[in-house]
Design a protein around this ligand. Structure first.
Ligand SMILES: [Zn+2]
Length: 411
């Protein structure tokens, strides 16, 4: 099967081929052209006159399909009442007393049947596809017990079938809240017993931990790093979200693949992070929904960090699921260009999940997972909150086309 995306106004291409990530996304090229695809792969940049299908991309941008490398799918239910309490000034203590917070999501997950959880997550994933997300990370973390965590990991794997996304990565966020009946040290002992099973049964590709005063400390992060190294898993970490704990040097020493949030990153930790082979995953949706501090996105980009964006889709702090929306937030909030923000949801996000040799950029030989946007890339952040995705191409085949754009395709 051969296809041709013909006469695009912009084709977003890396400055050279074979890069695992981009530390200088401003070098991305966005020139007019065509993209030829064959047998599921990107074949080249000449128009293919004998293609089986043609997409008239006049006025459009062709970009790599988006990758959301930090979500908390699958979860059960939502926490809209809690959001209303939060924005109208009810204190965190009172919200917790009224049964809010991560624990309420853990309770909801425990009470929901498997089918209901997978169906809700599948519906969210289908919505995500329509806004361009073609690769997705899922996490555990609402399990509340060893059995609960194992169940949530299995439900995350069920999304490999239920979600329309061709690529799903699973992360074991085994240290999210301290479950009832444990202190943080005691729970980490359980985690140490659980990780060999997670690794041998291939339940996750990464371990994750939430470092915050109400959850786990840097010593637990170090422990999680040792477990990840011992079992050949990536280490990821939620750090510096609400307060500065100087967790970044600890994560770097432990060989972390990514450090996520960073709204309260200590200035002295910025350069070492920017120099390390560790992604800075920024979550502007959580920042705005939680009225958090702003991560130093501009300074990280200027220092050459591997900058990444994700939705952090979860029922508490970031019930968002659109990466175009996240791109818009990041551009405004961090002072990034469209190129910088798009690199952060394509190649750099792919690298976090270990996928960047296969997807994340438009270069010959890579999987032809592409988006057609109905305007130039600069419109993604500028027409804030609007979905610009006109078509989704999966492995060289049109997978979804927005109804008003169907005229572009001919066989
Ligand atoms: Zn998160």
């Amino acid at each position: 099967m051969r296809g041709s995306l013909r006469n695009a106004a912009q084709v977003l291409r890396p400055p050279e081929e074979g890069l695992p990530y981009l530390r200088r996304p401003k070098d991305l090229r966005a020139e007019p052209g065509s993209v030829a695809v064959a047998e599921g792969r990107i074949a080249g940049f000449e128009d293919d006159a004998d293609a089986d299908w043609v997409l008239d991309a006049a006025g459009c941008a062709v970009v790599p399909a988006f990758i959301d490398c930090h979500t908390h799918l699958p979860f059960a239910g939502w926490r809209a009442e809690e959001y209303e309490m939060k924005v109208t000034g009810v204190s965190y203590e009172e919200i917790a007393q009224r049964g809010g917070g991560i624990r309420s999501s853990a309770r909801a997950l425990a009470q929901a049947p498997d089918g209901e959880v997978v169906a809700q997550a599948g519906a969210i994933a289908r919505d995500m596809l329509h806004s361009g997300t073609f690769g997705l990370e899922c996490k555990s973390g609402y399990g509340g017990s060893v059995e609960g965590e194992l169940r949530q990991l299995r439900l995350a794997h069920a999304l490999e079938v239920e979600a329309p996304q061709a690529r799903v990565a699973v992360t074991a966020l085994l240290a999210h809240t301290v479950p009832d009946g444990f202190d943080a040290d005691g729970w980490m002992d359980e985690v140490a017993r659980l990780v060999p099973r997670v690794a041998s049964e291939r339940l996750a590709q990464a371990l994750d931990i939430y470092v915050e005063s109400v959850a786990f400390g840097n010593e637990h992060l170090e422990q999680m790093g040792d477990l990840a190294t011992a079992h050949g898993l990536y280490l990821r970490a939620h750090v510096e979200q609400f307060a500065t704990h100087r967790s970044v040097p600890v994560a770097l020493a432990a060989g972390a693949r990514s450090v996520d949030h960073l709204a309260c990153l200590h200035p002295d930790d910025l350069r070492p992070l920017a120099r390390a082979e560790c992604a800075a995953v920024l979550l502007p949706g959580a920042e705005i929904m939680g009225a958090e501090e702003t991560a130093p996105g501009r300074a990280l980009a200027d220092a050459g960090a591997i900058c990444v964006l994700a939705t952090d889709c979860n029922p508490g702090t970031s019930p968002l699921q659109s990466l175009p929306l996240i791109v818009g937030l990041a551009v405004r909030r961090y002072g990034w260009s469209a190129r910088e923000a798009l690199a952060a949801v394509t190649l750099n996000a792919a690298w976090v999940l270990g996928w960047s040799a296969e997807v994340g950029s438009i270069e010959p030989g890579k999987a032809a997972d592409l988006l057609v946007l109905d305007g130039p890339i600069q419109h993604v952040p500028y027409r804030f909150g609007r979905n610009p995705v006109a078509a989704v191409i999966e492995s060289g085949t049109p997978r979804w086309v927005r109804r008003d754009q169907e005229w572009r395709i001919s066989a």
